[in-house]
Design a protein around this ligand. Structure first.
Ligand SMILES: Cc1cc2nc3c(=O)[nH]c(=O)nc-3n(C[C@H](O)[C@H](O)[C@H](O)COP(=O)(O)O)c2cc1C
Length: 354
Protein backbone atom coordinates (compact mmCIF):
# COMPACT_ATOMS: atom_id res chain seq x y z
CA UNK A 1 0.00 0.00 0.00
CA UNK A 2 1.53 3.35 -0.95
CA UNK A 3 1.48 6.54 1.13
CA UNK A 4 -1.48 8.07 -0.76
CA UNK A 5 -3.65 5.02 -0.27
CA UNK A 6 -2.71 4.96 3.42
CA UNK A 7 -3.61 8.62 3.79
CA UNK A 8 -6.93 8.16 2.01
CA UNK A 9 -7.86 5.24 4.31
CA UNK A 10 -6.76 7.30 7.32
CA UNK A 11 -9.02 10.16 6.20
CA UNK A 12 -12.03 7.85 5.80
CA UNK A 13 -11.33 6.17 9.13
CA UNK A 14 -10.96 9.51 10.84
CA UNK A 15 -14.24 10.74 9.38
CA UNK A 16 -16.13 7.68 10.59
CA UNK A 17 -14.47 7.76 14.01
CA UNK A 18 -15.03 11.48 14.51
CA UNK A 19 -18.74 11.08 13.72
CA UNK A 20 -19.13 8.55 16.51
CA UNK A 21 -16.44 9.29 19.07
CA UNK A 22 -14.66 12.22 20.61
CA UNK A 23 -11.09 11.71 19.47
CA UNK A 24 -8.27 11.88 22.03
CA UNK A 25 -7.31 15.42 23.03
CA UNK A 26 -9.97 16.69 20.58
CA UNK A 27 -7.43 16.32 17.82
CA UNK A 28 -8.27 18.17 14.67
CA UNK A 29 -7.73 16.45 11.37
CA UNK A 30 -4.46 18.12 10.45
CA UNK A 31 -3.06 17.39 13.90
CA UNK A 32 -4.23 13.81 13.58
CA UNK A 33 -2.52 13.45 10.22
CA UNK A 34 0.63 15.14 11.49
CA UNK A 35 0.75 12.79 14.44
CA UNK A 36 0.50 9.85 12.10
CA UNK A 37 3.05 11.32 9.75
CA UNK A 38 5.37 11.86 12.69
CA UNK A 39 5.36 8.23 13.55
CA UNK A 40 6.71 7.45 10.12
CA UNK A 41 8.38 10.47 8.62
CA UNK A 42 9.97 12.89 11.07
CA UNK A 43 13.46 14.23 10.52
CA UNK A 44 16.35 14.60 12.91
CA UNK A 45 18.96 17.33 12.66
CA UNK A 46 22.32 17.67 14.37
CA UNK A 47 22.48 21.04 16.05
CA UNK A 48 25.84 22.82 15.71
CA UNK A 49 28.17 22.92 18.71
CA UNK A 50 31.19 25.14 18.22
CA UNK A 51 34.32 23.32 19.39
CA UNK A 52 32.70 19.89 19.11
CA UNK A 53 30.75 19.13 15.95
CA UNK A 54 33.33 19.98 13.29
CA UNK A 55 33.73 17.90 10.13
CA UNK A 56 35.84 15.24 11.84
CA UNK A 57 33.18 14.63 14.47
CA UNK A 58 30.30 14.82 11.99
CA UNK A 59 31.88 12.38 9.51
CA UNK A 60 32.72 9.84 12.21
CA UNK A 61 29.31 10.26 13.79
CA UNK A 62 27.59 9.52 10.52
CA UNK A 63 29.86 6.56 9.82
CA UNK A 64 29.35 4.81 13.17
CA UNK A 65 25.91 5.87 14.42
CA UNK A 66 23.70 7.43 11.74
CA UNK A 67 20.17 8.57 12.51
CA UNK A 68 20.81 12.21 11.53
CA UNK A 69 19.30 13.52 8.29
CA UNK A 70 21.08 16.86 8.16
CA UNK A 71 24.03 18.35 10.00
CA UNK A 72 24.47 22.05 10.73
CA UNK A 73 28.04 23.37 10.83
CA UNK A 74 29.01 25.56 13.79
CA UNK A 75 28.84 29.26 12.99
CA UNK A 76 31.19 31.26 10.81
CA UNK A 77 32.02 34.58 12.44
CA UNK A 78 33.93 37.36 10.74
CA UNK A 79 36.22 39.47 12.86
CA UNK A 80 35.29 42.86 11.45
CA UNK A 81 36.85 42.05 8.05
CA UNK A 82 35.32 40.37 5.04
CA UNK A 83 37.64 37.38 5.41
CA UNK A 84 36.72 33.82 6.40
CA UNK A 85 39.21 32.15 8.76
CA UNK A 86 40.95 29.02 7.44
CA UNK A 87 39.48 26.84 10.21
CA UNK A 88 35.91 27.79 9.20
CA UNK A 89 36.72 27.09 5.55
CA UNK A 90 38.22 23.68 6.35
CA UNK A 91 35.07 22.80 8.23
CA UNK A 92 32.71 23.31 5.31
CA UNK A 93 34.89 22.34 2.32
CA UNK A 94 32.88 19.68 0.47
CA UNK A 95 35.94 17.40 0.16
CA UNK A 96 36.21 17.29 3.98
CA UNK A 97 32.57 16.38 4.50
CA UNK A 98 31.07 12.94 3.98
CA UNK A 99 27.68 13.45 5.63
CA UNK A 100 24.54 13.46 3.44
CA UNK A 101 23.59 17.12 3.94
CA UNK A 102 25.50 19.94 5.60
CA UNK A 103 24.21 23.46 6.16
CA UNK A 104 26.71 26.22 7.00
CA UNK A 105 25.80 28.83 9.60
CA UNK A 106 26.70 32.49 10.11
CA UNK A 107 26.53 34.71 13.18
CA UNK A 108 26.31 38.41 12.36
CA UNK A 109 24.20 41.55 12.69
CA UNK A 110 25.53 43.16 9.57
CA UNK A 111 23.94 42.85 6.11
CA UNK A 112 27.24 43.16 4.22
CA UNK A 113 28.75 40.36 6.29
CA UNK A 114 25.67 38.21 5.73
CA UNK A 115 25.84 38.74 1.96
CA UNK A 116 29.58 38.10 1.94
CA UNK A 117 29.22 34.76 3.73
CA UNK A 118 26.20 33.80 1.58
CA UNK A 119 28.21 34.31 -1.63
CA UNK A 120 31.28 32.71 -0.06
CA UNK A 121 29.48 29.44 0.74
CA UNK A 122 27.75 29.41 -2.65
CA UNK A 123 31.14 29.00 -4.34
CA UNK A 124 31.34 25.56 -2.65
CA UNK A 125 27.90 24.59 -3.91
CA UNK A 126 25.88 25.31 -0.74
CA UNK A 127 22.39 26.62 -1.40
CA UNK A 128 21.34 27.42 2.16
CA UNK A 129 22.77 29.59 4.92
CA UNK A 130 21.55 29.24 8.47
CA UNK A 131 21.49 32.43 10.56
CA UNK A 132 22.35 32.17 14.26
CA UNK A 133 20.07 34.27 16.48
CA UNK A 134 20.55 31.95 19.41
CA UNK A 135 24.02 32.41 20.90
CA UNK A 136 23.50 33.47 24.55
CA UNK A 137 26.96 34.63 25.59
CA UNK A 138 27.19 38.28 26.75
CA UNK A 139 30.27 38.93 24.58
CA UNK A 140 28.03 38.25 21.58
CA UNK A 141 24.63 39.47 22.77
CA UNK A 142 25.94 42.81 24.09
CA UNK A 143 27.03 43.57 20.55
CA UNK A 144 23.51 42.85 19.28
CA UNK A 145 24.27 39.44 17.80
CA UNK A 146 22.97 35.93 18.48
CA UNK A 147 20.01 36.01 20.85
CA UNK A 148 20.79 39.72 21.45
CA UNK A 149 19.40 40.46 17.98
CA UNK A 150 15.95 38.91 18.47
CA UNK A 151 14.64 42.10 20.12
CA UNK A 152 15.52 44.14 17.01
CA UNK A 153 12.99 43.12 14.31
CA UNK A 154 13.88 46.14 12.14
CA UNK A 155 17.48 45.04 11.84
CA UNK A 156 16.42 41.45 11.16
CA UNK A 157 14.07 42.79 8.47
CA UNK A 158 16.83 44.88 6.87
CA UNK A 159 19.30 41.97 6.71
CA UNK A 160 16.70 39.52 5.38
CA UNK A 161 15.54 42.07 2.85
CA UNK A 162 19.03 42.49 1.45
CA UNK A 163 19.72 38.76 1.57
CA UNK A 164 16.61 38.07 -0.49
CA UNK A 165 16.97 40.94 -2.93
CA UNK A 166 20.72 40.70 -3.54
CA UNK A 167 21.36 36.94 -3.49
CA UNK A 168 19.50 33.74 -4.29
CA UNK A 169 20.62 32.05 -1.08
CA UNK A 170 18.01 30.08 0.85
CA UNK A 171 17.89 31.36 4.41
CA UNK A 172 16.99 29.37 7.50
CA UNK A 173 17.07 30.59 11.09
CA UNK A 174 18.21 29.15 14.38
CA UNK A 175 16.91 31.17 17.31
CA UNK A 176 16.13 31.25 20.95
CA UNK A 177 12.82 32.84 21.98
CA UNK A 178 14.41 36.10 23.09
CA UNK A 179 17.22 37.35 25.28
CA UNK A 180 15.32 38.97 28.19
CA UNK A 181 11.96 37.26 27.72
CA UNK A 182 10.17 34.87 25.42
CA UNK A 183 7.81 37.55 24.02
CA UNK A 184 10.66 39.01 21.98
CA UNK A 185 10.33 36.32 19.33
CA UNK A 186 6.59 37.07 18.98
CA UNK A 187 7.51 40.54 17.68
CA UNK A 188 10.08 39.08 15.30
CA UNK A 189 7.87 36.34 13.81
CA UNK A 190 5.66 38.71 11.70
CA UNK A 191 8.86 40.07 10.10
CA UNK A 192 10.08 36.54 9.41
CA UNK A 193 6.71 35.73 7.82
CA UNK A 194 7.57 38.22 5.03
CA UNK A 195 10.41 36.02 3.73
CA UNK A 196 10.51 32.56 2.17
CA UNK A 197 12.65 31.07 4.93
CA UNK A 198 13.27 27.34 4.72
CA UNK A 199 12.56 26.91 8.41
CA UNK A 200 13.04 28.37 11.87
CA UNK A 201 14.75 26.13 14.41
CA UNK A 202 13.91 27.28 17.92
CA UNK A 203 15.88 26.41 21.02
CA UNK A 204 13.08 26.79 23.55
CA UNK A 205 15.01 28.92 26.03
CA UNK A 206 15.86 32.61 26.30
CA UNK A 207 19.43 33.90 26.06
CA UNK A 208 19.57 35.12 29.66
CA UNK A 209 19.17 31.53 30.83
CA UNK A 210 22.34 30.40 29.05
CA UNK A 211 21.88 26.64 29.44
CA UNK A 212 20.30 26.79 32.90
CA UNK A 213 16.72 26.11 33.86
CA UNK A 214 14.24 24.19 31.77
CA UNK A 215 12.96 24.72 28.26
CA UNK A 216 9.73 26.73 28.02
CA UNK A 217 7.30 24.53 26.13
CA UNK A 218 4.32 26.90 26.51
CA UNK A 219 6.33 29.68 24.90
CA UNK A 220 7.33 27.32 22.07
CA UNK A 221 3.63 26.56 21.50
CA UNK A 222 3.03 30.31 21.16
CA UNK A 223 5.66 30.38 18.41
CA UNK A 224 3.83 27.56 16.58
CA UNK A 225 0.62 29.57 16.84
CA UNK A 226 2.20 32.77 15.53
CA UNK A 227 4.14 31.86 12.42
CA UNK A 228 3.45 30.52 8.98
CA UNK A 229 6.94 29.01 8.83
CA UNK A 230 7.98 25.42 9.47
CA UNK A 231 9.41 25.23 12.98
CA UNK A 232 12.07 22.81 14.16
CA UNK A 233 12.03 22.03 17.87
CA UNK A 234 15.37 22.19 19.72
CA UNK A 235 16.26 21.82 23.39
CA UNK A 236 17.02 19.04 25.88
CA UNK A 237 16.18 16.01 23.77
CA UNK A 238 18.32 13.64 25.79
CA UNK A 239 16.53 10.29 25.59
CA UNK A 240 14.02 8.34 23.51
CA UNK A 241 11.41 8.90 26.23
CA UNK A 242 12.06 12.66 26.24
CA UNK A 243 11.75 12.74 22.46
CA UNK A 244 8.44 10.88 22.58
CA UNK A 245 7.03 13.20 25.19
CA UNK A 246 7.95 16.25 23.06
CA UNK A 247 6.39 14.58 20.05
CA UNK A 248 3.19 14.01 22.02
CA UNK A 249 3.19 17.61 23.19
CA UNK A 250 3.80 19.08 19.70
CA UNK A 251 2.07 16.79 17.21
CA UNK A 252 2.37 19.30 14.37
CA UNK A 253 6.18 19.33 14.60
CA UNK A 254 8.01 16.80 12.47
CA UNK A 255 11.50 18.30 12.54
CA UNK A 256 13.66 17.84 15.62
CA UNK A 257 17.10 19.15 16.37
CA UNK A 258 19.48 17.52 18.85
CA UNK A 259 22.65 19.10 20.19
CA UNK A 260 24.34 18.02 23.39
CA UNK A 261 22.22 14.86 23.58
CA UNK A 262 23.95 13.34 20.59
CA UNK A 263 27.40 13.86 22.06
CA UNK A 264 26.33 12.48 25.44
CA UNK A 265 24.79 9.46 23.72
CA UNK A 266 25.67 9.16 20.04
CA UNK A 267 23.27 6.20 19.70
CA UNK A 268 20.31 8.43 20.55
CA UNK A 269 19.32 9.64 17.04
CA UNK A 270 19.45 6.08 15.64
CA UNK A 271 17.39 4.75 18.54
CA UNK A 272 14.81 7.53 18.10
CA UNK A 273 14.63 6.79 14.38
CA UNK A 274 14.19 3.06 15.01
CA UNK A 275 11.72 3.66 17.81
CA UNK A 276 13.67 1.51 20.24
CA UNK A 277 15.06 1.80 23.76
CA UNK A 278 17.62 -0.93 23.05
CA UNK A 279 21.26 -0.33 22.29
CA UNK A 280 23.00 -2.56 19.76
CA UNK A 281 24.65 -5.59 21.36
CA UNK A 282 28.09 -4.33 20.42
CA UNK A 283 27.38 -0.85 21.80
CA UNK A 284 30.80 -0.33 23.42
CA UNK A 285 32.70 -1.81 20.51
CA UNK A 286 31.08 0.71 18.17
CA UNK A 287 31.68 3.54 20.62
CA UNK A 288 35.31 2.48 20.99
CA UNK A 289 35.86 2.54 17.21
CA UNK A 290 34.19 5.94 16.97
CA UNK A 291 36.33 7.25 19.81
CA UNK A 292 39.56 5.97 18.24
CA UNK A 293 38.63 7.50 14.88
CA UNK A 294 38.09 10.99 16.25
CA UNK A 295 41.04 10.71 18.63
CA UNK A 296 43.44 9.83 15.82
CA UNK A 297 42.15 12.64 13.65
CA UNK A 298 42.32 15.30 16.34
CA UNK A 299 45.73 14.04 17.44
CA UNK A 300 47.03 14.43 13.89
CA UNK A 301 45.41 17.86 13.46
CA UNK A 302 46.37 19.43 16.80
CA UNK A 303 49.94 20.03 17.76
CA UNK A 304 51.34 19.20 21.17
CA UNK A 305 49.96 17.15 24.07
CA UNK A 306 47.88 19.88 25.71
CA UNK A 307 45.43 20.71 22.88
CA UNK A 308 44.54 17.03 22.28
CA UNK A 309 44.11 16.48 26.03
CA UNK A 310 41.77 19.49 26.24
CA UNK A 311 39.90 18.45 23.11
CA UNK A 312 39.20 14.92 24.32
CA UNK A 313 38.45 16.15 27.85
CA UNK A 314 35.78 18.40 26.32
CA UNK A 315 34.20 15.40 24.62
CA UNK A 316 34.40 13.25 27.73
CA UNK A 317 32.59 15.95 29.69
CA UNK A 318 29.63 14.90 27.53
CA UNK A 319 30.43 11.22 26.82
CA UNK A 320 30.85 10.43 30.53
CA UNK A 321 27.21 11.37 31.20
CA UNK A 322 26.03 8.17 29.52
CA UNK A 323 28.46 5.92 31.42
CA UNK A 324 27.42 4.03 34.56
CA UNK A 325 29.47 6.28 36.82
CA UNK A 326 29.81 9.68 35.10
CA UNK A 327 31.92 11.36 37.78
CA UNK A 328 34.38 8.51 38.16
CA UNK A 329 34.67 8.22 34.38
CA UNK A 330 35.37 11.91 33.86
CA UNK A 331 37.84 12.00 36.77
CA UNK A 332 39.81 9.16 35.22
CA UNK A 333 40.06 11.00 31.91
CA UNK A 334 41.11 14.24 33.60
CA UNK A 335 43.84 12.44 35.55
CA UNK A 336 45.46 11.00 32.42
CA UNK A 337 48.35 13.32 31.73
CA UNK A 338 49.84 11.88 28.60
CA UNK A 339 48.75 9.92 25.55
CA UNK A 340 49.68 6.53 27.01
CA UNK A 341 47.77 7.12 30.24
CA UNK A 342 44.84 8.53 28.28
CA UNK A 343 44.54 5.46 26.04
CA UNK A 344 44.87 3.21 29.07
CA UNK A 345 42.13 5.14 30.90
CA UNK A 346 39.79 4.85 27.90
CA UNK A 347 40.48 1.11 27.64
CA UNK A 348 39.72 0.60 31.34
CA UNK A 349 36.56 2.71 31.20
CA UNK A 350 35.19 0.81 28.21
CA UNK A 351 36.15 -2.56 29.70
CA UNK A 352 34.21 -1.60 32.81
CA UNK A 353 31.05 -1.07 30.76
CA UNK A 354 31.26 -4.31 28.78
C1 LIG B 1 29.42 24.18 23.49
C2 LIG B 1 28.25 24.63 22.66
C3 LIG B 1 28.49 25.20 21.42
C4 LIG B 1 27.40 25.65 20.62
N1 LIG B 1 27.64 26.20 19.39
C5 LIG B 1 26.59 26.59 18.62
C6 LIG B 1 26.79 27.11 17.29
O1 LIG B 1 27.89 27.22 16.77
N2 LIG B 1 25.68 27.49 16.60
C7 LIG B 1 24.41 27.35 17.11
O2 LIG B 1 23.43 27.69 16.44
N3 LIG B 1 24.20 26.84 18.34
C8 LIG B 1 25.25 26.44 19.08
N4 LIG B 1 25.01 25.89 20.31
C9 LIG B 1 23.62 25.63 20.75
C10 LIG B 1 23.20 24.21 20.34
O3 LIG B 1 23.25 24.03 18.94
C11 LIG B 1 21.76 23.90 20.78
O4 LIG B 1 20.89 24.83 20.21
C12 LIG B 1 21.58 23.93 22.30
O5 LIG B 1 22.62 23.22 22.93
C13 LIG B 1 20.22 23.34 22.71
O6 LIG B 1 20.03 22.07 22.19
P1 LIG B 1 20.35 20.73 23.05
O7 LIG B 1 19.63 20.86 24.35
O8 LIG B 1 19.86 19.61 22.20
O9 LIG B 1 21.85 20.73 23.26
C14 LIG B 1 26.07 25.48 21.10
C15 LIG B 1 25.87 24.90 22.36
C16 LIG B 1 26.92 24.48 23.13
C17 LIG B 1 26.64 23.84 24.46
Amino acid sequence: MDEMEKESIQKKLYKVLSEHFILPDNLNFSTYLCRNKNNMGFKLYASPLQGFTDFRFRNAFHQYFGGIDTFYAPYIRLDGKLVVKASYERDILPENNTTPELIPQVITNDADEFLFVAKYIQQFGYKELNWNLGCPYPMVTKRGMGSGLISDPDKIDHILNRAHSETNIIVSMKMRMGYENSDEILNALPVLDKYPLRNIAIHARIGKQLYKGGVDLDAFQKCIDNTKHTLYYNGDITSVAEFKSRQERFPSIDNWMIGRGLIVDPFLPGMIKNNTYDYPENRWEIFSQFHDTIYEQYDAALSGPVPIKMKMQGFWGYFSQSFSNPQKTFKKIKKANNAIHYKQAVREILKGEQ
